[in-house]
Design a binder for this molecule. Structure first.
Ligand SMILES: NC(=O)C1=CN([C@@H]2O[C@H](COP(=O)(O)OP(=O)(O)OC[C@H]3O[C@@H](n4cnc5c(N)ncnc54)[C@H](O)[C@@H]3O)[C@@H](O)[C@H]2O)C=CC1
Ligand SMILES: Nc1nc(O)c(N)c(N[C@@H]2O[C@H](COP(=O)(O)O)[C@@H](O)[C@H]2O)n1
Length: 231
Protein backbone atom coordinates (compact mmCIF):
# COMPACT_ATOMS: atom_id res chain seq x y z
CA UNK A 1 0.00 0.00 0.00
CA UNK A 2 1.30 3.45 -0.96
CA UNK A 3 0.11 6.18 1.44
CA UNK A 4 0.05 9.86 0.43
CA UNK A 5 -0.80 12.51 3.05
CA UNK A 6 -2.12 15.87 1.83
CA UNK A 7 -3.09 18.88 3.90
CA UNK A 8 -3.28 22.66 3.79
CA UNK A 9 -1.83 24.70 6.62
CA UNK A 10 -1.23 28.33 7.54
CA UNK A 11 2.34 29.61 7.75
CA UNK A 12 2.16 28.90 11.49
CA UNK A 13 1.31 25.24 10.87
CA UNK A 14 -2.42 25.23 11.68
CA UNK A 15 -5.01 23.20 9.76
CA UNK A 16 -8.01 25.12 11.08
CA UNK A 17 -8.98 27.59 13.82
CA UNK A 18 -9.11 26.68 17.49
CA UNK A 19 -12.89 26.37 17.02
CA UNK A 20 -12.16 23.63 14.45
CA UNK A 21 -14.28 25.40 11.88
CA UNK A 22 -13.65 24.53 8.26
CA UNK A 23 -11.43 27.13 6.65
CA UNK A 24 -10.35 27.60 3.04
CA UNK A 25 -6.56 27.82 3.21
CA UNK A 26 -6.05 26.60 -0.37
CA UNK A 27 -7.11 28.58 -3.43
CA UNK A 28 -8.54 27.26 -6.73
CA UNK A 29 -5.18 26.18 -8.16
CA UNK A 30 -4.42 24.10 -5.10
CA UNK A 31 -7.91 22.55 -5.03
CA UNK A 32 -7.28 21.48 -8.66
CA UNK A 33 -4.05 19.83 -7.51
CA UNK A 34 -5.93 18.14 -4.63
CA UNK A 35 -8.46 16.80 -7.17
CA UNK A 36 -5.59 15.22 -9.11
CA UNK A 37 -4.16 13.61 -5.96
CA UNK A 38 -7.64 12.30 -5.08
CA UNK A 39 -8.13 11.00 -8.62
CA UNK A 40 -4.89 9.03 -8.51
CA UNK A 41 -5.92 7.31 -5.27
CA UNK A 42 -8.04 4.20 -4.78
CA UNK A 43 -9.41 5.66 -1.53
CA UNK A 44 -9.38 8.93 0.44
CA UNK A 45 -9.22 8.68 4.24
CA UNK A 46 -10.09 11.14 7.03
CA UNK A 47 -10.59 10.92 10.79
CA UNK A 48 -14.02 11.25 12.36
CA UNK A 49 -12.89 14.62 13.81
CA UNK A 50 -12.76 15.94 10.25
CA UNK A 51 -16.16 14.47 9.41
CA UNK A 52 -17.71 16.10 12.50
CA UNK A 53 -16.00 19.44 11.84
CA UNK A 54 -16.24 19.75 8.05
CA UNK A 55 -18.84 17.26 6.80
CA UNK A 56 -16.61 16.67 3.74
CA UNK A 57 -17.72 14.93 0.53
CA UNK A 58 -14.24 13.79 -0.57
CA UNK A 59 -15.18 13.26 -4.21
CA UNK A 60 -13.98 14.97 -7.34
CA UNK A 61 -17.32 16.80 -7.46
CA UNK A 62 -17.11 17.53 -11.14
CA UNK A 63 -19.07 16.51 -14.18
CA UNK A 64 -18.53 12.83 -15.08
CA UNK A 65 -16.29 13.43 -18.08
CA UNK A 66 -13.75 15.35 -15.98
CA UNK A 67 -13.80 12.66 -13.28
CA UNK A 68 -13.15 10.03 -15.92
CA UNK A 69 -10.26 12.02 -17.39
CA UNK A 70 -8.68 12.67 -14.01
CA UNK A 71 -9.18 9.02 -13.07
CA UNK A 72 -7.45 7.91 -16.27
CA UNK A 73 -10.53 6.04 -17.45
CA UNK A 74 -11.25 4.34 -14.12
CA UNK A 75 -14.97 4.65 -13.41
CA UNK A 76 -16.37 6.79 -10.59
CA UNK A 77 -14.81 8.40 -7.55
CA UNK A 78 -12.22 6.82 -5.27
CA UNK A 79 -13.65 5.12 -2.19
CA UNK A 80 -13.95 7.14 1.03
CA UNK A 81 -12.74 5.97 4.44
CA UNK A 82 -13.54 7.32 7.93
CA UNK A 83 -11.46 6.25 10.94
CA UNK A 84 -14.11 6.30 13.62
CA UNK A 85 -13.48 4.19 16.78
CA UNK A 86 -16.95 4.59 18.29
CA UNK A 87 -18.99 4.92 15.10
CA UNK A 88 -19.80 8.61 15.67
CA UNK A 89 -20.18 9.49 11.97
CA UNK A 90 -23.66 11.04 11.59
CA UNK A 91 -25.95 8.96 9.37
CA UNK A 92 -26.72 12.05 7.30
CA UNK A 93 -23.02 12.86 6.73
CA UNK A 94 -22.22 13.77 3.10
CA UNK A 95 -19.50 11.13 3.09
CA UNK A 96 -22.21 8.43 3.28
CA UNK A 97 -24.04 9.43 0.11
CA UNK A 98 -23.97 7.18 -2.94
CA UNK A 99 -21.26 9.11 -4.85
CA UNK A 100 -18.67 6.47 -3.87
CA UNK A 101 -18.15 3.43 -1.67
CA UNK A 102 -17.57 4.45 1.96
CA UNK A 103 -15.75 2.32 4.52
CA UNK A 104 -16.08 3.25 8.20
CA UNK A 105 -13.28 1.71 10.25
CA UNK A 106 -14.48 1.18 13.84
CA UNK A 107 -13.07 -0.53 16.92
CA UNK A 108 -14.63 -3.57 18.56
CA UNK A 109 -16.00 -1.17 21.19
CA UNK A 110 -18.27 0.67 18.76
CA UNK A 111 -21.88 0.21 19.94
CA UNK A 112 -23.72 -2.38 17.76
CA UNK A 113 -26.58 0.06 17.19
CA UNK A 114 -24.12 2.60 15.72
CA UNK A 115 -22.65 -0.04 13.41
CA UNK A 116 -26.15 -0.99 12.25
CA UNK A 117 -27.13 2.65 11.74
CA UNK A 118 -24.02 3.27 9.62
CA UNK A 119 -24.65 0.16 7.54
CA UNK A 120 -28.26 1.26 7.11
CA UNK A 121 -26.95 4.61 5.83
CA UNK A 122 -24.87 2.86 3.17
CA UNK A 123 -21.43 2.40 4.77
CA UNK A 124 -19.38 -0.76 4.84
CA UNK A 125 -18.37 -1.00 8.50
CA UNK A 126 -15.03 -2.70 9.13
CA UNK A 127 -14.01 -3.62 12.70
CA UNK A 128 -10.27 -3.15 13.19
CA UNK A 129 -9.26 -2.60 16.79
CA UNK A 130 -9.79 -3.86 20.27
CA UNK A 131 -12.91 -3.41 22.40
CA UNK A 132 -11.15 -0.93 24.67
CA UNK A 133 -11.25 -0.90 28.45
CA UNK A 134 -13.58 0.31 31.19
CA UNK A 135 -12.47 3.87 30.59
CA UNK A 136 -13.86 4.03 27.07
CA UNK A 137 -13.76 2.71 23.55
CA UNK A 138 -10.61 1.31 21.94
CA UNK A 139 -8.92 3.11 19.09
CA UNK A 140 -9.02 1.89 15.53
CA UNK A 141 -5.88 -0.14 14.79
CA UNK A 142 -4.64 1.82 11.77
CA UNK A 143 -2.20 -0.84 10.55
CA UNK A 144 -4.99 -3.44 10.60
CA UNK A 145 -7.23 -0.92 8.86
CA UNK A 146 -4.71 -0.52 6.06
CA UNK A 147 -4.58 -4.32 5.66
CA UNK A 148 -8.39 -4.46 5.51
CA UNK A 149 -8.42 -1.77 2.81
CA UNK A 150 -5.72 -3.60 0.84
CA UNK A 151 -7.91 -6.74 0.91
CA UNK A 152 -10.65 -4.59 -0.66
CA UNK A 153 -8.40 -3.56 -3.55
CA UNK A 154 -6.91 -0.31 -2.21
CA UNK A 155 -3.28 -0.02 -3.36
CA UNK A 156 -2.93 3.77 -3.17
CA UNK A 157 -4.42 5.67 -0.24
CA UNK A 158 -4.70 9.45 0.17
CA UNK A 159 -4.96 10.71 3.77
CA UNK A 160 -6.61 14.15 3.99
CA UNK A 161 -6.43 14.72 7.76
CA UNK A 162 -6.99 15.90 10.34
CA UNK A 163 -4.02 16.35 12.62
CA UNK A 164 -4.74 13.38 14.91
CA UNK A 165 -4.99 10.89 12.07
CA UNK A 166 -1.98 12.29 10.23
CA UNK A 167 0.12 11.94 13.39
CA UNK A 168 -1.13 8.36 13.91
CA UNK A 169 -0.23 7.48 10.31
CA UNK A 170 3.34 8.73 10.91
CA UNK A 171 3.46 6.99 14.30
CA UNK A 172 2.57 3.63 12.76
CA UNK A 173 5.07 4.19 9.93
CA UNK A 174 2.48 4.15 7.15
CA UNK A 175 3.35 7.37 5.28
CA UNK A 176 5.26 7.31 1.96
CA UNK A 177 4.62 10.86 0.68
CA UNK A 178 3.55 14.17 2.23
CA UNK A 179 2.21 17.19 0.32
CA UNK A 180 1.63 20.35 2.35
CA UNK A 181 0.10 23.50 0.92
CA UNK A 182 1.29 26.47 2.97
CA UNK A 183 -1.21 29.31 2.59
CA UNK A 184 -0.14 32.89 3.23
CA UNK A 185 -2.08 33.43 6.43
CA UNK A 186 -1.63 33.19 10.18
CA UNK A 187 -4.27 31.34 12.21
CA UNK A 188 -2.62 31.03 15.61
CA UNK A 189 -4.01 29.46 18.74
CA UNK A 190 -2.33 26.85 20.95
CA UNK A 191 -5.41 24.65 20.65
CA UNK A 192 -5.80 24.93 16.90
CA UNK A 193 -5.17 21.62 15.05
CA UNK A 194 -1.77 21.28 13.41
CA UNK A 195 -0.43 19.00 10.69
CA UNK A 196 0.57 16.36 13.24
CA UNK A 197 -1.08 16.41 16.67
CA UNK A 198 -1.38 13.29 18.85
CA UNK A 199 1.22 12.68 21.56
CA UNK A 200 4.17 13.93 19.51
CA UNK A 201 7.52 12.25 18.96
CA UNK A 202 10.29 12.68 21.53
CA UNK A 203 13.17 10.49 20.37
CA UNK A 204 12.87 8.96 16.94
CA UNK A 205 11.45 11.34 14.34
CA UNK A 206 10.22 10.53 10.84
CA UNK A 207 12.68 12.10 8.36
CA UNK A 208 11.61 13.48 4.99
CA UNK A 209 13.29 14.39 1.74
CA UNK A 210 12.01 17.61 0.09
CA UNK A 211 11.49 16.50 -3.52
CA UNK A 212 9.50 19.39 -5.01
CA UNK A 213 8.16 22.90 -4.41
CA UNK A 214 5.49 24.66 -6.45
CA UNK A 215 3.94 28.10 -6.12
CA UNK A 216 0.12 27.93 -6.41
CA UNK A 217 -2.36 30.72 -5.73
CA UNK A 218 -0.75 32.83 -3.02
CA UNK A 219 1.02 29.93 -1.35
CA UNK A 220 3.43 27.09 -1.90
CA UNK A 221 3.16 23.31 -2.08
CA UNK A 222 5.96 21.40 -0.38
CA UNK A 223 6.27 17.77 -1.51
CA UNK A 224 8.22 15.25 0.52
CA UNK A 225 9.10 11.58 0.43
CA UNK A 226 9.53 9.79 3.74
CA UNK A 227 13.07 8.46 3.94
CA UNK A 228 13.08 7.26 7.56
CA UNK A 229 9.83 6.25 9.26
CA UNK A 230 11.31 6.57 12.78
CA UNK A 231 10.41 3.82 15.21
N1 LIG B 1 -6.52 22.17 6.31
C1 LIG B 1 -6.61 20.89 6.02
O1 LIG B 1 -6.00 20.39 5.05
C2 LIG B 1 -7.48 20.02 6.85
C3 LIG B 1 -8.03 20.50 8.01
N2 LIG B 1 -8.76 19.68 8.81
C4 LIG B 1 -9.24 20.19 10.08
O2 LIG B 1 -8.74 19.36 11.13
C5 LIG B 1 -9.69 19.34 12.20
C6 LIG B 1 -9.98 17.90 12.56
O3 LIG B 1 -8.80 17.28 12.97
P1 LIG B 1 -8.75 16.39 14.28
O4 LIG B 1 -9.62 17.00 15.32
O5 LIG B 1 -7.32 16.16 14.59
O6 LIG B 1 -9.48 15.06 13.88
P2 LIG B 1 -9.13 13.84 12.88
O7 LIG B 1 -9.89 14.06 11.62
O8 LIG B 1 -7.67 13.59 12.80
O9 LIG B 1 -9.84 12.63 13.66
C7 LIG B 1 -9.30 12.20 14.88
C8 LIG B 1 -10.26 11.27 15.57
O10 LIG B 1 -10.25 10.00 14.92
C9 LIG B 1 -10.51 8.99 15.87
N3 LIG B 1 -9.52 7.90 15.79
C10 LIG B 1 -9.82 6.59 15.74
N4 LIG B 1 -8.74 5.84 15.65
C11 LIG B 1 -7.68 6.69 15.63
C12 LIG B 1 -6.29 6.47 15.54
N5 LIG B 1 -5.75 5.26 15.43
N6 LIG B 1 -5.50 7.56 15.58
C13 LIG B 1 -6.03 8.81 15.67
N7 LIG B 1 -7.36 9.07 15.76
C14 LIG B 1 -8.19 8.01 15.74
C15 LIG B 1 -10.50 9.64 17.26
O11 LIG B 1 -11.86 9.82 17.61
C16 LIG B 1 -9.84 10.98 17.00
O12 LIG B 1 -10.32 11.96 17.86
C17 LIG B 1 -10.89 20.10 11.73
O13 LIG B 1 -10.86 21.39 12.26
C18 LIG B 1 -10.73 20.17 10.21
O14 LIG B 1 -11.32 21.33 9.67
C19 LIG B 1 -8.99 18.37 8.48
C20 LIG B 1 -8.48 17.85 7.32
C21 LIG B 1 -7.66 18.63 6.43
N1 LIG C 1 -6.42 20.96 0.43
C1 LIG C 1 -7.22 21.55 1.34
N2 LIG C 1 -7.21 22.87 1.47
C2 LIG C 1 -7.97 23.48 2.39
O1 LIG C 1 -7.94 24.81 2.49
C3 LIG C 1 -8.80 22.73 3.22
N3 LIG C 1 -9.59 23.34 4.14
C4 LIG C 1 -8.79 21.31 3.04
N4 LIG C 1 -9.59 20.56 3.79
C5 LIG C 1 -9.85 19.17 3.45
O2 LIG C 1 -10.81 19.07 2.41
C6 LIG C 1 -12.00 18.47 2.90
C7 LIG C 1 -13.20 19.04 2.22
O3 LIG C 1 -13.46 18.22 1.12
P1 LIG C 1 -14.75 18.43 0.17
O4 LIG C 1 -14.57 19.75 -0.51
O5 LIG C 1 -15.97 18.39 1.02
O6 LIG C 1 -14.69 17.28 -0.78
C8 LIG C 1 -11.95 18.74 4.38
O7 LIG C 1 -12.71 17.93 5.16
C9 LIG C 1 -10.48 18.48 4.63
O8 LIG C 1 -10.19 17.10 4.58
N5 LIG C 1 -7.99 20.75 2.10
Amino acid sequence: MHVVVNAAQSVDGKLATRRREQLRISGPEDFDRVDRVRAAADAVLVGVGTVLADDPHLTLDEEDRRVERLRNGRPGNPARVVVDSAGRTPTDARILDDAATTYVLVSGGAPPERREALEGAGAEVVVVGADGDDAGEGHVDLAAGIDALAERGVDRLMVEGGGEIIYSCFEVGLVDELHVYVGSMVIGGRDAPTLADGEGFTESFPRLDLVDTERLDDGIVLSYEVVDRGS
